[in-house]
Design a protein around this ligand. Structure first.
Ligand SMILES: Cc1cc2nc3c(=O)[nH]c(=O)nc-3n(C[C@H](O)[C@H](O)[C@H](O)COP(=O)(O)O)c2cc1C
Length: 169
């Protein structure tokens, strides 16, 4: 299969975008994530894949909890902040209302559709993203919404490209 054909197939699925936040050792982190899915029914499990290049991944390695916030079609500004900037260079939470949730994970007031998971598993299969699977411990909802989807942010340049050689700095 060519990468182009695969990429077109993925683009056609048009995944909804989320913001994953976490905290450890007094450091807060968060990034936009397109790779996420429910991964078990009984018991309920939620999976996200974090890029090894990201500040969020490095904090998540030490964290007990992750918060997975749905982005709505009106949240392009937050997509740009969490997907286009890196916590290696700035505090993405500056000027945003948030409150600590389970395990100190930052919950963003502006994104009430969210699930907090307690991290159970980390799996590195050798790719540039690492799988984190968690047990849901809290779920919040808001009014019905239209998800922000991949095609809405396809023009966004990630704060860290997957495979960034300078990651960790
Ligand atoms: C459309 C799109 C989808 C993305 N999907 C993911 C993803 O699934 N997992 C991930 O770790 N990063 C993903 N990113 C990249 C991060 O959101 C981006 O590099 C971010 O700036 C990293 O911030 P950090 O270094 O503060 O963690 C995506 C970015 C874009 C634009």
């Amino acid at each position: 299969v060519t990468t182009d054909a695969f990429d077109r197939w993925i683009a056609a699925l048009d995944a909804p975008m989320v913001v994953v936040t976490t905290a450890a050792g007094g450091v807060r982190a968060g990034c936009m994530v397109g790779f996420h899915a429910q991964s078990s029914i009984e018991p309920r499990r939620l999976a996200v894949w974090l890029s090894k290049a990201n500040h969020t991944y490095r904090v998540a390695l030490h964290a007990t909890h992750l918060a997975v916030h749905a982005l709505t079609a009106d949240d392009r500004d937050l997509a740009e902040r969490f997907g286009g900037e890196t916590g290696d260079a700035l505090d993405k939470f500056a000027g945003l209302a948030w409150a600590p949730g389970p395990g100190g994970v930052p919950l963003l007031d502006a994104l009430p559709h969210r699930t907090v998971v307690r991290r159970l598993t980390l799996l590195d299969d050798g790719g540039d993203h690492v799988l984190a699977v968690g047990e849901p411990v809290a779920t919040g909802t808001g009014p019905p919404f239209r998800p922000l989807r991949l095609h809405d942010v396809a023009d966004l340049r990630p704060g860290h490209e997957a495979g960034d050689a300078d990651a960790g700095g």
